[in-house]
Design a protein. Structure first.
Length: 215
């Protein structure tokens, strides 16, 4: 990957920016901040600003550190070089996700009533599925990224077929999730979370079927 050091600095920028913003506005935050929303997108849980105001930034920093360490301890670490561009994009989009989430939480805590958290979070998760769906067919065997079942890890052909299929499924489901993010109501929320379950379970079953076919 060209300019890899610059891109790593960019990722650290995404990781540290929400922490710096939080530190800058911490004194102006209310003692209780919103940290959970129900299926209708309404706040249903408030937590003390310390330490909860720092949870999303800490997660972003943890992901940044772990993403650098995991390839070094993976038994199949040599494969990371074969999909390093895709791996970097995953790292970046996950850190960006928590950065945006933190800015949303801070904004609402400080009285920004115009922000619709339900729509923003659902849309971000949908986009995440779309991006991962596009990247997934290029994933190579490893123990930390992708659809890691006993059957995909046991057989490289099953891994390849599962990730091509899973990538398509995740892309379609991600697109549907983005549409549902703008549809209010309990019904659309139920369908939204049902799609997440399908995205989690269907590729696993597919990998088992493909493994049995090869046997």
């Amino acid at each position: 990957m060209k300019n890899e050091k610059t891109l790593i600095k960019l990722m650290w920028g995404f990781a540290l920016f929400p922490l710096l913003v939080t530190l800058a506005v911490f004194g102006g935050l209310p003692e209780q901040i919103p940290m959970h929303w129900n299926i209708q997108g309404e706040i249903d849980a408030w937590y003390p600003k310390f330490p909860w105001a720092f949870m999303a930034p800490i997660l972003g920093i943890a992901i940044t550190i772990m993403a650098s360490v995991l390839p070094k301890i993976d038994p199949k670490k040599e494969n990371y070089e074969r999909f390093k561009n895709q791996y970097f994009i995953i790292r970046l989009i996950l850190v960006a996700f928590f950065a945006i989430l933190q800015l949303v939480i801070i904004s609402i805590s400080m009285g920004a009533t115009f922000i619709n958290v339900d729509t923003i979070v659902k849309l971000m998760v949908g986009i995440l599925f779309v991006v991962l769906g596009n990247l997934m067919p290029k994933f190579k065997q490893n123990y930390f990224v992708g659809i890691k079942t006993p059957w995909t890890l046991n057989n490289e052909a099953v891994w390849t077929k599962t990730h091509r299929h899973g990538g398509f499924v995740w892309f379609i489901i991600g697109f549907l999730m983005c549409v549902l993010a703008f549809l209010p109501g309990t019904g659309s929320a139920v369908v939204y979370f049902a799609l997440i379950l399908i995205a989690a379970i269907e590729p696993i079953l597919y990998s088992l079927i493909q493994f049995k076919k090869l046997k």
